[in-house]
Design a protein around this ligand. Structure first.
Ligand code: SF4
Length: 611
């Protein structure tokens, strides 16, 4: 029996645990009591993660699409096919798409391939869809595109405002080990959300808010703190917020004055204020403004701001350069605005995760698509010309940089199964076809990362393998308030589309579901997509609990089971995006934030029909 220490492949909290290996087979996840993040208590996703290694339908060998069907091939043939189809592409005709389940080494080599072989800056990652607004706003306010706080900071708080996120479901260990620990020590918890999620059950104050009006909410709180001399802000900020009128705030945010006053009083009394947020406030046209306004409030309170960013290597993927750095295209531009001829995708599933999926599918059909993936997903099965089977995280080594910029080592527990390979090996072998020699050992790639990527010059293999790991070498360079107009998002229900739909995450599935749906434990708990609907609304449309309904928007329609609950407000539907059988993002029109092209996935006018 052997125990291999590694990092959880799921969320950006980045817990460490051991994989128990028995006769060459991973048989269990064992808690790591010395892990400073999980403190020996990983969540159910982490504990069941090993099950996904043995999914029977994993890709076992490379595949090429011939006459519309994926057929097995050799690695050499797959590389030759890619070479023949991509060698003449101009820099502007290709898009590289990295991802946060892939390691730093994988993402570093992907962008190296884009920039050194294809001479293109068209490099992006799945982070575009969730927290591009956060990175942009943090860069303007603090001078760094990263969270200026640590996960441990939750613990010291005396007042925590959680907004646009449901950490009990999406950041489980941060919730159980840090946020609840603060609550135990007397911290007050305020939860602000469009619906009463699990986290709200633990709140001292719960406020239901109209999504997309968070800028107004934060700015109004700041105004009250300043008016009551509980905070000071620069003159220009004071002048801007002085124009805010409380009746407008109540109206626009759809909150009551009483609950607003309670929130102001709790924040005013706080000496160690922490504001934590998630995609509920970033995935809006006004997402960047939401973060600016949140930061203004935090600066005035001399508090901490925590962005609950999603996947295991969520900070690393951007740090490695998987984002345009010299004016290249984002994935949004390459897909919708200035289409390219080829997509090279690593461990992402844009055919399910992007907005306006009918359009995305039409586009992908016309392109040359290469994908690295362990499991079949919609992008691979329907649109890829070449599928390169990468092994799971348990079969490869490398590093992850979690949401708090902590870099730690992912240790290989078993050899790659079947005819699969780690992403970095695939990339070095393919680079050779194009006549380029890339470093092909983890240590050598890390050395190059240390030389080339800002903040990573401190990399030290021994320290990376320690419990603590290493933090990226960066501190906030400044703290600048940001002047903004305090306007919310202008998306409203209409006569034709009288409901608003919000896409959401649930506790027992993860992102586009490739990995979580292959865990028997998780799948048993959440086998299918459910759309939450207010019982009064349901009655009006003759919809019963667990009945199939049709949801229609201006760009698509889907069918889904209804789940009646008074946790969602009248007029609001909540549905998860994890399920390939229920492609919620078909309903999402392309409507994005102009600064960072992060789409609005949170406020979609729709109508419903009982089936
Ligand atoms: S909190 Fe996140 S990183 Fe930790 S075990 Fe759960 S899914 Fe994994």
């Amino acid at each position: 029996m052997m125990y291999v220490k590694t990092i959880c492949p799921y969320c950006g909290v980045g817990c460490s645990f051991f994989l128990q290996v028995d006769d060459g087979k991973v048989t269990k996840v064992v808690e790591n009591k010395n892990d400073p993040i999980s403190e020996g208590h990983p969540c159910i996703k982490g504990l069941s993660s090993w099950e996904t290694i043995y999914a029977e339908d994993r890709y076992k060998t490379p595949m090429i699409r011939k006459k519309g069907k994926l057929v097995e091939t050799t690695w050499d043939e797959a590389y030759n096919y890619i070479y023949e189809n991509m060698k003449d592409l101009k820099p502007d005709e290709v898009m590289f798409y990295g991802s946060s389940p892939s390691t730093n080494e994988d993402n570093y080599l992907l962008q190296k391939m884009a920039r050194e072989i294809f001479k293109t800056d068209n490099v992006d990652s799945c982070a575009r869809l969730c927290h591009a607004a956060t990175c942009y706003a943090f860069d303007k306010i603090f001078g760094i595109s990263a969270m200026p706080a640590k996960i441990e900071d939750w613990k010291a708080a005396d007042c925590i405002l959680i907004i646009g996120s449901n950490p009990e479901s999406n950041y489980p260990v941060a919730f159980t080990q840090k946020i609840l620990a603060a609550k135990k020590n007397g911290a007050k918890i305020i939860v602000v959300s469009v619906w009463k999620e699990q986290t709200a059950e633990q709140a001292d104050l719960y406020i239901e808010i109209e999504g997309g009006t968070e800028t107004v909410f934060f700015s109004a709180i700041l105004k009250h703190l300043v008016d009551n001399q509980d905070a000071k802000v620069p003159k220009d900020i004071e002048e801007t917020i002085s124009k805010i009128k409380m009746p407008d705030v109540v109206n626009q945010c759809k909150i009551t004055k009483q609950e607003f006053d309670k929130a102001v009083a709790m924040i005013a009394a706080s000496k160690r204020f922490v504001l934590g947020f998630g995609m509920g406030i970033t995935q809006h046209v006004c997402g960047v403004d939401n973060i600016f306004a949140a930061c203004n409030l935090v600066l005035a309170k001399k508090g901490k701001i925590i962005s609950m960013r999603g996947k295991a290597n969520i900070q690393g993927v951007g740090d490695m350069g998987c984002q345009p750095e010299k004016g290249g295209k984002t994935m949004t531009t390459a897909m919708f605005l200035e289409p390219v001829k080829a997509f090279y995708i690593m461990e992402s599933n844009p055919a399910q995760s992007m907005p306006n999926l009918n359009k995305v599918h039409d586009e992908l059909k016309k392109k040359f698509v290469v994908i690295h993936t362990t499991y079949p997903n919609l992008t691979a099965e329907k649109f890829a010309d070449v599928v390169l089977p990468c092994c799971t995280w348990a079969e490869r080594s490398g590093t992850f940089t979690n949401a708090e910029s902590r870099i730690r080592f992912v240790n290989k527990a078993i050899e790659p199964m079947y005819n699969t390979k780690p992403n970095y090996v695939i990339l070095t072998e393919l680079a050779l076809k194009f006549g380029k020699k890339f470093p092909n050992k983890i240590d050598d790639i890390l050395k190059e990362i240390a030389q080339k990527r800002p903040g990573y010059e401190i990399l030290d293999l021994d320290k990376l393998k320690s419990e603590k790991g290493q933090f990226v070498n960066r501190e906030p360079k400044f703290q600048k308030y940001h002047l903004l107009l305090c306007k919310g998002e202008d998306v409203k229900p209409t006569k034709k589309y009288p409901f608003l739909l919000t896409t959401a995450r649930i506790p027992f599935q993860f992102c586009t579901g490739e990995m979580s749906s292959r865990s028997a434990t998780l799948n048993k708990m959440a086998p299918e997509a459910l759309c939450l609907i207010d019982p009064v609304d349901a009655k009006k449309y003759g919809i019963k609990d667990m009945q199939m309904i049709r949801i229609i928007s201006e760009v698509g329609e889907i069918e889904i089971k209804a789940s009646l609950t008074d946790k969602t407000a009248p007029g609001l539907l909540i549905a998860p995006y994890h399920y390939e059988k229920t492609l919620i993002n078909k309903l999402v029109p392309l409507n994005f934030n102009s600064q960072v092209e992060e789409p609005n996935l949170k406020k979609i006018p729709v109508r419903i029909e009982a089936i």
